[in-house]
Design a protein around this ligand. Sequence first.
Ligand SMILES: [Zn+2]
Length: 332
Amino acid sequence: MPKDLNIAGICVPPGELRRGTLPALSLADGTNISLPLLVLNGAKDGPKVYMGAAIHGDEVNGIAILARALAQVDPSSLSGSIVCVPVQHPLALQSDHRLPVSQFLKSPLDQVPHDAWTCFPGDPSGNIAQIVASTLFGLIRQCDYALDIHTPTRGGRYVPIAILPHPNLGAAASRAEQMAHDMGGGWIMKGERGMYVADGILCVEACKAGVPCFTFEIGEGGRLEEESVATGARCVLNLLRSLKMIDGKLEPARKTYVMRDFLGIRANQGGLLVSIATLGQEVKAGDPLCRVINVYGDEVQLVTAPQDGVLVRTTTLGSVSQGERVATLGLL
Ligand SMILES: [Zn+2]
């Protein structure tokens, strides 16, 4: 029979939920920064799942996705429990930026490493990013599964894509791959290089600790988008269904692309960016993706697909400099 669940000093009886906070760090004026916490303790036995969003502060879609999905979960019929941190880095959210900008501007050297997402398992004696990561990892390592929700940073837009940890992480990575399929976003990246599979990333370190986990990216940074929130909430509920924590049939994607690598494509001229291809579409080598026009309206670059692939991420900025990324293909 389920027992009371004690998380960060919050006691949640079976069949109930609690909102609370988890202290993380103190600021110069004595303000204490705490992580918002939502804990659902099911009336029935089952796994314990961690769900987090907004470790990058401009990625608000994930916050709304978790709120929308978990509002539909009744603890009295839930099997297992859910530990949710809707804002994994409150200081970054306050900056409405990927990073907690004010601390970074104040002492750039002390803030390296500056991205908490890359600092797992964290260090309680480290800098802000490492302390935040350590606090979160204290929750994650208590759980059986984990999910980390992102969007690109401001100016980028992703399809709903599950990005898996490195496949050489054993059983936890294999389980994460199955979870990603069940989640039904429609796009899965199973790559072996790049930042998403690097040591220190949340899902990579979770898998190393035996907690199956992957990164889920959806929508655009800096914006709250109904379409992404609805899709993301469907995916989160699919995940809970696949773990047999809630009833109901999986609602799969119409088609699922499994890809093996990202290919970022950069502008070779500065100018205004005009999109051509549609996010999520399959493209052949040579197909036009977007064009760059100069301030007089002349086309200075027609950006085409260097290889066959799927357009998984677009740049939504109105202007780009030479060298800025304008599109990302997922290679099949
Ligand atoms: Zn992110």
